[in-house]
Design a protein. Structure first.
Lengths: 349, 337
């Protein structure tokens, strides 16, 4: 592969940005309910639509959903990139390492166990209810991250660490199964629906909170670009270059925790974006230099999840396909391609 | 001569828990002069890596003091240290997707700002480091596309871009083929001549003896000995530090070999430039070459004129042999007879 020249990089980034704008608009214009093009334009420019429900659909449902998709995709992709860098393992990702599942366990505890006693269903959750779900997800994700970090000091082999991540994920899953077994059918139903993955989980009123928290996580990631490049040389070289490796790692985990836990709490455990998008971005710009790679990953992540959201609410179909039915279809081929061609792909060697 | 690094009563090793210490070397005193290439030699387990880790600040000293350019190393901040001591290791790196120039630019890390943006001056220093290590032709290649030897040159270029007065290298030529090993050693020698102070640990004794300005010999039982190569070799220090189980350092050849007392003497007359290889063939066949004057009692005599013209006198019989293969077969017959 030829290195991408700076002007080519700029063009690629611009193209991805353009793709995001187009996909974002497409998400507003198309959905499971068909609304005429001119009507959507009128609604977006502040006019009165023919039917009041159309205005409600575009502004209260499609708009927050598109923004949620954009932020969620960018966040999960960046979290995946950070995990791949911090573990020096191109096949790491929030779902593979069980961090998603940890967050799910936290959510399950809140929704099924505590939520049961509060007596509120998913629909009836107040903002404090959401906060407790986010907190539960964050705690769950942190516990799994902590376990993975602990094992990463014992196990030097990358493959072994991934397998441990899978095992931790299974353990969390088994706890979730136990919790669902002992819960009310109503609670289980809302938990299962949540688990299918859905960008509509963030209501317009919660959107500012959601975006601010994720922006915070992304900001931390952007501030870590310089030390992340040094970490590509391994811990000892990075330390010799003056990087405070321990401190950088903690911040990387804080950022990953915020991004994964928040998105999982609201949208369910969304697979593959964190694993596959960093690879798409690396293949696109032909570099693992985080200065270019991190922004590229962020944008591609946003674009990919906007695309997935569009597919999930494809016009003509009255119902919505779960995200986790679409993500693997897009993500798995990328990973298989990368693994099959790993001898030819520079960043593996 | 200006001293870059100095140790006073330095004890190195590991802390195990709160009060237990595993000491590897005790009370070392040494100093490293500016602009010199020093090779750290010693058997496995002597503490070479521990010493290098201690000097690079990755591992705390157990006791004693280290001075870098006259200042205690413990008083250096992390940033100051990263500007004073450059490191080259054999650690696996994960930067296959970086281009050579980008990797060398990581050496500017201790100097650039929060977002790592390089100034004109930084770019100039990076290009100079690439030039000094002779990797210009590969500057735009991915790290993944390089050979092991080229990769090591890039890591040296990174250390140069770090602009440290002292560069430490932990077995930089391990895993390299012989040509790359020699290239790397000559590169380091040249850099030392240009004013860098270079300390490396190596098992490549041949190159170390040829090129290092001073040797630091390290052994578990004997501690540390520093000196100029020729002084140490001719004092018999190489055998003292490395000799074990009959392996000794042959001062004439500058190489290690297993001493074998059961070799039978064989009088040899051969051109000087061939003598080493004649001895080599004889040693494998169970003989020790002796000069014609010193050993009158032997009944064997070998006269070598050229590699294709040799004459073996054996108990009065004269046998002409045309190759070393032939000679070895004849000697085998003689031994079994």
């Amino acid at each position: 592969m030829k290195p991408v020249r700076p002007d080519t990089y700029r063009r690629l980034i611009l193209l991805t940005g353009l793709g995001i704008v187009v996909l974002f608009l497409a998400n507003l214009f198309w959905g499971s309910v068909s609304i005429p093009f001119s009507e959507v334009c009128r609604i977006l420019t502040g006019g009165e639509p023919e039917k009041a429900t159309w205005g409600y659909i575009v502004l209260q449902s499609r708009l927050p959903q598109a923004v949620t998709a954009l932020f969620t995709g960018a966040s999960l992709a960046v979290a995946g990139l950070m995990l791949q860098t911090v573990f020096n393992n191109p096949l790491a990702g929030p779902s593979i390492l069980g961090i998603n599942t940890g967050a799910s366990l936290g959510v399950a505890v809140v929704m099924l166990f505590l939520g049961g006693t509060i007596g509120g269903s998913m629909v009836g959750f107040s903002i404090s209810g959401y906060l407790s779900i986010v907190l539960g997800a964050f705690l769950g994700a942190s516990v799994v991250l902590g376990i993975i970090i602990f094992f990463s000091t014992l196990v030097r082999s990358n493959v072994m660490l991934l397998i441990i991540g899978l095992m931790v994920g299974y353990l969390a899953s088994s706890l979730i199964s136990l919790l669902t077994f002992f819960s009310s059918s109503e609670g289980v139903f809302s938990y299962v629906v949540w688990g299918l993955g859905d960008f509509s989980g963030v209501a317009l009123s919660q959107l500012p909170f959601y975006c601010v928290v994720l922006s915070l996580g992304l900001l931390i990631a952007l501030l870590l670009i310089k030390p992340m490049n040094a970490l590509l040389l391994g811990e000892r070289y990075a330390r010799n270059l003056g990087v405070r490796v321990g401190r950088v790692r903690v911040w990387m985990f804080v950022s990953t925790g915020i991004l994964t836990a928040t998105t999982t709490a609201f949208c369910g455990p969304i697979s593959f974006i964190g694993l596959a998008v960093p690879h798409m971005a690396r293949l696109m710009i032909g570099s693992s230099n985080h200065t270019g790679l991190l922004p590229a990953t962020l944008l591609v992540g946003g674009a990919v999840s906007l695309l997935c959201n569009l597919i999930s609410t494809l016009p003509g179909t009255a119902s919505v396909i779960p995200l986790n039915a679409i993500m693997p279809v897009l993500g798995a081929p990328v990973i298989i391609y990368v693994i099959v061609n790993q001898k030819k792909i520079q960043y593996f060697n | 001569m200006e001293t870059v690094l100095e140790a006073r009563k330095l004890t190195i090793g590991y802390r195990q828990g709160h009060h237990r210490e595993k000491c590897v070397q005790r009370e070392l005193d040494f100093s490293l002069e500016a602009g010199s290439l020093v090779c750290l030699l010693g058997p496995n387990g002597a503490g070479k890596s521990t010493l290098l880790r201690t000097l690079s600040g990755m591992q705390p000293t157990l006791s004693g003091e280290l001075f870098m350019q006259g200042r205690s190393l413990s008083a250096y901040s992390e940033r100051e240290r990263s500007r004073s001591i450059g490191l080259v290791l054999t650690d696996k790196i994960f930067a296959g997707g970086l281009r050579v120039r980008e990797l060398v630019a990581l050496g500017r890390h201790p100097y650039v700002g929060f977002f790592g943006r390089l100034s004109e001056e930084d770019h100039r220093i990076v290009e100079e480091a690439i030039h000094q290590t002779g990797i210009e032709a590969k500057a735009d290649s991915y790290m993944a596309e390089l050979s092991d030897g080229e990769r090591q040159k890039v890591m040296i270029a990174k250390a140069l871009a770090q602009q440290c007065p002292l560069i430490l290298l932990d077995e930089p030529t391990a895993y390299l083929d012989v040509t790359s090993r020699i290239e790397i050693m000559h590169l380091l020698h040249r850099l030392a001549r240009q004013g860098k102070s270079i300390l490396l640990s190596t098992h490549d004794i041949e190159q170390a003896l040829l090129l290092s300005d001073r040797l630091w010999l390290l052994s578990r039982s004997l501690g540390m000995l520093c000196g100029v190569t020729e002084d140490l070799v001719l004092q018999g220090q190489m055998s003292r530090f490395f000799g074990r189980g009959g392996v000794t350092f042959d001062v004439r050849d500058g190489a290690f070999r297993l001493e074998n007392a059961s070799l039978r003497p064989l009088k040899v007359e051969a051109p000087a430039e061939m003598m080493r290889w004649v001895q080599n063939a004889l040693m494998r066949s169970g003989f020790r070459a002796v000069s014609t004057e010193t050993e009158p009692t032997s009944d064997l005599f070998l006269r070598v004129v050229s590699p294709t013209d040799m004459e073996l006198n054996c108990a009065g019989k004269r046998i002409t042999v045309g190759s070393f293969a032939d000679l070895i077969d004849r000697l085998k017959l003689y031994v079994h007879a």
